[in-house]
Write a protein that binds this ligand. Structure first.
Ligand code: PMP
Length: 436
């Protein structure tokens, strides 16, 4: 009876076809780096719910904190009554936030926090324009989708999108066929050109950028480019908003992705995903001075800063600290990168194997191919086939990149050396099954 029920859930025709499933797996339960399917198989999870369950599935400390909070209050509604977990989370998060970002606003999702940052930037500067960087992913709500250039699939067909957005070039050395230095010079020049041709500097509210491209291709944003954007925003009286939704909370082997760029200080930082091990909560941090430039009540929401999610967030940050997960991310990430490079050495269909911490991308095809070409479509087919072949190896991965030609590997930060080895071997077998 139980298996008949599970089967009916799996094939439930009433679930919207708007959801595109990356795998056919239905979870029975999960623990640490593993998802146990209703099909009886044990999958090594190198997706972590798209970079969310960093402490591993169902970490006992997170489960205990959420359980305990459920018995106290589940929904306090932060504009009606404040609750203890959110005060605690704000204190705890404050230990990790960059200096000067001493004020935190909470929402539910990354998209909402991105929209919050847009509101704040426009209200605080009195300027309309947000400049985004090509390849950036910032969310699915209409405003967040307006800021997203990680692929037309995130915005095609439901426009018109929000106005007051312009996109500047990404220093994509591989795609441009340049050295990184040349690409950075080129992209910074393009940014200055944009300010001369489209967005007057005194109309620029903010530049919004991920320190590591997530859905746009799992790729580090060159540090000199980020520093160049910082210098220019400061010069023009605009804000630098860093979207750390995917790269933050230890993912790249430092607590924040932008900490790889020495001395870089954002005006606004957005975080979500890894902050609460899977409970929906997001945060936008800025200085109190900046927040004071918008009026009280200009932001809010029914569920934002939920008490159970906040308690899970406090527990998550505690686990990250106590278990040394940022360091584990760095060390296991180096092992994984070295292992993948050595296993896949000589596979001509792969043009790049890259990674910082536990944010790794394997790019297929010719990176200089025209995005609309058959060659680019073939590279995307290859990446998709490898991701599917991984499932046959009981390994879960995802694809990304504007044309879909990158397989991304996102293990939990608790991943062990042995699991890294297992994952590397499974991934290599999947690649060989596809390319022969
Ligand atoms: N920003 C970045 C960098 C993201 O990776 C994502 C989600 N993939 C978002 C924003 C949107 O977050 P959410 O899906 O929680 O709205």
């Amino acid at each position: 009876l139980v298996s008949a029920y599970r089967l009916s859930v799996m094939s439930n025709a009433s679930l919207s076809p708007l959801l595109k499933q990356a795998t056919p797996v239905v979870v029975d339960h999960a623990s640490g780096s593993w998802i146990h399917g209703t099909d009886g198989r044990d999958y090594l999870d190198f997706t972590t719910g798209i970079g969310v369950t960093s402490t591993g599935h169902c970490h006992p400390d997170v489960v205990a904190a959420a359980r305990e909070q459920c018995g106290k209050i589940i929904h306090a509604q932060y504009t009606t009554v404040m609750h203890q977990p959110l005060l605690e989370l704000t204190d705890k998060l404050g230990e990790f936030l960059p200096e000067g970002l001493d004020s935190v606003f909470y929402a539910n999702s990354g998209s909402e926090a991105v929209e919050s940052a847009v509101r704040l930037a426009r209200m605080a500067t009195g300027r309309p324009y947000i400049v985004t960087v090509q390849g950036g992913f910032h969310g699915r709500t209409v405003a967040a989708a307006s800021l997203t250039t990680a692929g037309t699939k995130f915005s095609a067909g439901f426009g018109p999108l929000m106005s007051g957005v312009a996109t500047t070039s990404f220093p994509h050395a591989l795609r441009l066929g340049m050295t990184e230095d040349e690409a950075v010079d080129y992209a910074l020049k393009e940014f200055d050109f944009l300010l001369a041709t489209r967005v007057a500097p005194n109309e620029l509210a903010a530049v919004l950028v991920e320190p590591f491209l997530g859905d746009g291709g799992y790729m580090a944003v060159p540090q000199r480019y980020l520093a160049g954007l910082r210098e220019r925003t400061e010069r023009h009286g605009a804000l630098l908003v860093l979207d750390e939704v995917q790269a933050g909370c230890g993912r790249t082997g430092k607590f924040w992705g932008h900490q790889h760029t020495e001395g870089l200080r954002p005006d606004v930082l957005i975080t979500a995903k890894g902050i609460a091990s899977g409970f929906p909560i997001s945060a936008m941090a800025a200085s109190r001075d900046l927040m004071n430039k918008a009026w009280p009540g200009s932001q809010g929401g029914t569920y934002g800063g939920n008490a159970v999610a906040a308690a899970a967030g406090v527990a998550t940050l505690g686990v990250i600290e106590r278990e040394g997960l940022v360091e584990n991310s760095r060390v296991r990430g180096e092992e994984l990168l070295a292992g993948l490079r050595s296993e896949l050495d000589g596979v001509s269909e792969i043009c790049d194997i890259r990674g910082t911490g536990l944010m790794l991308g394997i790019e297929f095809g010719n990176p200089t191919a025209n995005a609309g070409s058959e060659e680019a479509a073939e590279a995307a087919r290859l990446a998709g086939a490898v991701q599917q072949a991984c499932i046959d190896e009981d390994l879960l991965t995802l694809t990304c990149g504007p044309t879909g030609n990158v397989v991304r590997i996102i293990p939990p930060l608790v991943v062990t050396s042995e699991e890294v080895k297992t994952g590397t071997e499974r991934f290599a077998r999947a690649v060989r099954a596809v390319v022969g």
